[in-house]
Design a protein. Sequence first.
Length: 460
Amino acid sequence: MTSPLILKYRIFHVSFKFLRNRHQLFSGSAQNMTSSDYEETDSIDIYDDGQIYDDDDFNHLSRLSLQNVRKRMKKLFYDDGNIPSYLKHNIKYLHGFKEQGVKIRKFRCSSTEVIFKISAKKKTIKSGKYTNFIAKLNSRITPNEKDFLDQLSKVFSSANNTLKIDSDNYDQWNFFGKKYEIRFIRTTVKAITSYLVQLRHIEDINTIQELLDNLSPNSDIFEVSTTIFQISTAKNIDDFSLCMLFYCTTSCRPFQNEIQAELIAQFTKRKQESFRTQLAKIYLSHITSSTNFFIIRELMKLDVLHKDEVLEYVYYSQSVRAHFWFVADADDHEAYKIDGNGKNKIADDLFDLLQINQISHGFQYFPKHYQEFKELQKNNWEILRKYIEIGYNPDILATTIRNDDIDTFQQLLTNESGQYHFNKRIRPSIFDRHLIFHYKPTLIQYAALFGSIKIFKYLL
């Protein structure tokens, strides 16, 4: 049964079903998964860079590739250097299994368990030989290990069986993982333990979620911050969960980013530095072209995110949007100045990125004024600073709709130039806060998004 504890994104409402989407470990049971996601090469959204990760770093599990999982499990059986001394006399049997086609065939994750199938080609393993192998081990291992190997023998005996790490046996797996230093097992057990702990806090986390959902410019920030702090402290809700609540709320309710940033700043003052560090890691570690840079900038202005760390992530990203949003800040930072000539490294990179985009795409992704790099740069980036302070599309038609200025709107539509008309769509802007605007909403859709009642009725 699918757990209710899944984080599901919505644009204007965050229904709190915690942990699955962002902890990636449990991504296999997400509602939008297809059958191909369970295939051997598409198990989880992961990377294989060959690095070794710290056991204390929960997120390293999401970077384990299926190939690495196979390698780590096989090492227990096939690599002499990783087999405990009391198993070495059985090496011939272990290598025998390898030669006869024993291998981990599939691996997948769900909301409550991690499953990997170990199978062999049909009619390749003689039950007698394998029984002897288990029997020799049984005289030298502990009862806990014997239970594990009994399960393992069933997996090897049939390609249809599966070996599961779940809430019923994770203590036993934890012992075995530590005994043989199998990092994957140990981290999986840690994740399941954390998941079960969160289940006990579901009502309290839902309460915090509702407080964040109902936040408005009229809210008492100090009171809301105090309530969240009291609940999280009394119920021992971990920092990662709180950070994810803040992150997802700011992503899904972008129109409230200003007040949300104030709340996060108020709450962060009550916590230790480790909370701020965790929050910064979540907001900055995955900068892409669709990132909400407005909330990052608001948090930077309130010193929740430090300017040094924000500029570092931006500088090493290849996002044109990221460079546009923070190029003016780099002018005031000594580390990003180029030989005292008035230029900064981020501006230099931005100009190069724009040239590349012009050559390859003809600036089809950027409205005309984004090309006017020199104009934006004048008077200490005066125009650019104005755009990023607003945090919305600066186009005159978009601005008119957001302000529900029906008179100006009618004048634009009846202008003889024909530039604006009823069928026109709002082009995406590099200064938009949310990815939804990248899909070129119609005029009436844009009016609905911003609650512009007069213009909405006029367009009906």
